[in-house]
Design a protein around this ligand. Structure first.
Ligand SMILES: Cc1cc2nc3c(=O)[nH]c(=O)nc-3n(C[C@H](O)[C@H](O)[C@H](O)COP(=O)(O)O)c2cc1C
Length: 373
């Protein structure tokens, strides 16, 4: 259905890297629900991987069900990036994604203009060094540019394509924007137009199946990659696949299905990280699921102190009893308690006839190094 060089993929929907979240348990959860094929790990430091650092090795932990898998590497020394990528190739990883610093960052810092091409050349050299050594495809993930005056992604994409990257993931915001402001479909469209033969995958604020369709139709991108939207709603891929194929919208999963998958997620966390650490890590996962539960304050308060798998069953049973009065006889929330629908930044104009209080426009960004995202 879509190709990244020699890699043939069954879906043009992708899981974006979310450092601290897109670990093996979560990838297994989204794969089991379906609709996605290539999933990406959290960002991994190339040098740490070469040194076989324990934490870096944990970040690339995978299994036979977790295929095809892309590992995202971060680093600026070509030989280190190459050697880390060769190691990944020897482990059976399907592709390597490069976390790409914006090429004009240095330029903006020093206020000069001439470093830009140098930086671009350096980036192209790094990619070439990797591509020449590897059999698996190399992809790159970037933003539109540093700020509105420096939308350099189209130029960078051309240079990267010449250097041999097999696909590009483009987050439709600038570095200066961080995560605020809207995703620019026009910016993504320009990047799509700049690429000659390689697929460009759009990214940013895809939180509903319609948003994925609109991003593809408006920009001509070959697929979309979903980050926070998948954490908020792991069913987004399967529902988007159906929407793209048929034009229909599948109903949202039931509360019982959400609870089943959330519990499965915890079980995977315990399998991969052990009960103690798995439960501690799950404290920041469960509140993402509960955003779709309707009233959930009691659940959130208890789950952020979770210590054991047995405690989870207890608190879940207690929560289900507490939640019953907010539901109809089938166990679904009465309409007045249902969470407001999600409206992605680039579709907000279409939703202006709805009062702002009944739509949700953004998924919160957890704390972390936005600089490299
Ligand atoms: C918590 C968090 C961690 C992220 N970690 C990474 C990362 O490791 N590498 C990367 O390229 N982008 C990272 N990103 C950016 C996402 O991959 C994605 O480009 C961005 O969130 C926009 O897409 P979304 O609206 O679908 O989340 C991160 C974003 C968030 C919120």
């Amino acid at each position: 259905m879509i190709r990244f060089g020699s890699l043939e993929l069954k879906s043009n929907l992708f899981l974006s890297p979310l450092a601290g979240y897109t670990n093996l348990p979560f990838r297994l959860v989204v794969r089991e629900i379906g609709g996605v094929d290539l999933c990406t790990t959290d960002l991994v430091n190339a040098r740490s991987l070469i040194e076989r650092n324990r934490k870096a090795l944990k970040l690339i932990e995978t299994n036979a069900q977790d295929r095809p898998l892309a590992v995202q590497l971060f680093g600026s020394v070509p030989e280190e990036m190459r050697d880390a990528a060769l190691y990944l190739e020897s482990l059976g990883v399907s592709s390597v994604d490069i976390n790409m610093g914006c090429p004009v960052k240095k330029v903006c810092r020093v206020g000069g203009g001439s470093a830009m091409m140098t930086e671009l050349d350096r980036t192209a050299h790094l990619v070439r060094t990797m591509v020449h050594a590897l059999r698996i495809p190399v992809t790159a993930k970037m933003r539109l540019g540093w700020d509105d005056e420096n939308l350099t992604a189209p130029e960078l994409v051309r240079a990267l394509e010449d250097a041999g990257v097999a696909a590009v993931f483009i987050h439709g915001r600038t570095r200066e924007q961080g995560f605020s402001g809207g995703v620019s479909l026009e910016g993504i469209r320009r990047v799509v137009a700049a690429a000659r033969n390689i697929p460009v995958i759009g990214n940013g604020d895809v939180t509903t199946p319609e948003a994925a369709r609109v991003m593809m139709e408006t920009t001509g991108c070959a697929g979309v990659s979903v980050g926070r939207g998948a954490f908020y709603d792991p069913w987004i891929f399967v529902r988007t696949r159906h929407h793209l194929d048929t034009g229909e919208l599948l109903p949202e999963p039931s509360f019982a299905e959400r609870v089943r998958i959330m519990t499965r997620h915890l079980d995977r966390m315990v399998e991969v990280f052990g009960e103690e650490l798995g439960c501690v890590m799950f404290r920041k996962v469960a509140p993402w699921y509960s955003k779709c539960f309707g009233p959930a304050s009691g659940f959130n308060k208890r789950v952020v102190h979770l210590r054991s798998r047995a405690e989870f069953d207890e608190l879940l049973a207690e929560y289900q009893r507490w939640r019953a009065p907010f539901c109809d006889e089938t166990g679904e929330l009465l309409p007045r308690y249902r969470p407001a629908p999600m409206v992605p930044s680039f579709l907000q104009a279409d939703a202006e006839d709805e009062p702002a209080s009944v739509r949700r426009t953004a998924i919160p960004v957890p704390r972390g190094p936005v600089e490299v995202w």
